[in-house]
Design a protein. Structure first.
Lengths: 209, 54
């Protein structure tokens, strides 16, 4: 999340460049709305990118225009609603909005890029660990007495979006098996099972082979 | 299984397990019967008397 157009400051370009290099080095592909082609509504495109992302990184500085800040924080809000973790990166002089005062930031100081890289690596690692956390929560939902398949899928989906581990993808297969259980559920449950099966199949189609 | 003795509780609470959220660095308590999160710890360290998920 960085503003696009020709008015991007040198500081923000430097921040963006270091972040992208680091992410690629850590094996995380970078997705940006401005780089994605398509004929859809731009906002719709942003929402779809966030839905398909494992986590987000918001970058801003004291040079970021107010209108762009509104976009960035709208996207951070979207990530929050969709359960996507966000790493917040700001310059030394930038002031965060009051709602984010207590949130942890990574500060970009051009004089100390080494430290910035280290902080960013640690944050990305914490998010990767989050994949294991979601997997554990998914296991608990799937192993519970009153099995909630939707809840298990939601958690495994988060784990896959962040870590894309093959073993978790296999666990989603277990949910599909449970949905195909021969015992016929009540009529009102049949519709919900069918919806969940469709969601899982659509999600699976979008995953890289 | 937890049981009461004159000196306090012995053993872990039944039907609960805890896992650590690596981002917030706080332990989260989960109901093993429903798989749903019950609560998250507000202070550092794990819950007392609640089994950790292996």
């Amino acid at each position: 999340m960085l503003h696009s157009g020709s008015k991007v400051s040198d500081l923000e370009v430097a921040m963006d460049s270091v972040v992208c290099q680091r992410l690629l080095r850590l094996g995380n592909p970078v997705k940006k709305a401005a780089r994605q082609s398509g004929t859809k509504d731009y906002l719709e495109k942003i929402i779809q990118i966030i839905r398909g992302a494992g986590f987000g990184i918001a970058i801003f500085s004291e040079f970021t225009p107010a209108a762009t800040l509104a976009n960035i924080f709208f996207e951070i809000g979207l990530c929050g609603v969709l359960g996507k973790p966000v790493i917040l990166v700001k310059s030394v002089e930038a002031k965060p909005p009051s709602d984010f005062v207590r949130t942890e930031w990574i500060t970009f100081n051009p004089q100390d890029i080494k430290r910035f890289r280290r902080d960013l690596d640690e944050s990305v690692k914490a998010i990767r660990d989050l994949a294991n956390y979601y997997e554990e929560l998914g296991d608990l939902a799937l192993e519970s007495e009153a099995v909630d398949l939707e809840l298990a899928f939601e958690r495994y989906r988060q784990a896959i979006l962040i870590g894309n581990k093959q073993i978790v993808r296999g666990k989603i297969g277990r949910i599909l098996q449970a949905l195909d259980d021969k015992t016929k559920p009540a009529l009102f449950l049949q519709a919900s099972r069918s919806r969940l099966r469709k969601s899982i199949q659509e999600f699976d189609k979008l995953l890289p082979r | 299984m937890a049981r009461r003795t004159s000196g306090g509780r012995k053993g872990a609470v039944a039907g609960r397990v805890q896992v650590k959220n690596p981002v917030t660095k706080r332990w989260v308590k989960v109901n093993t019967k429903t798989g749903r999160i019950v609560s998250a710890k507000k202070t550092p360290g794990p819950y007392k008397g609640v089994r950790k998920k292996k």
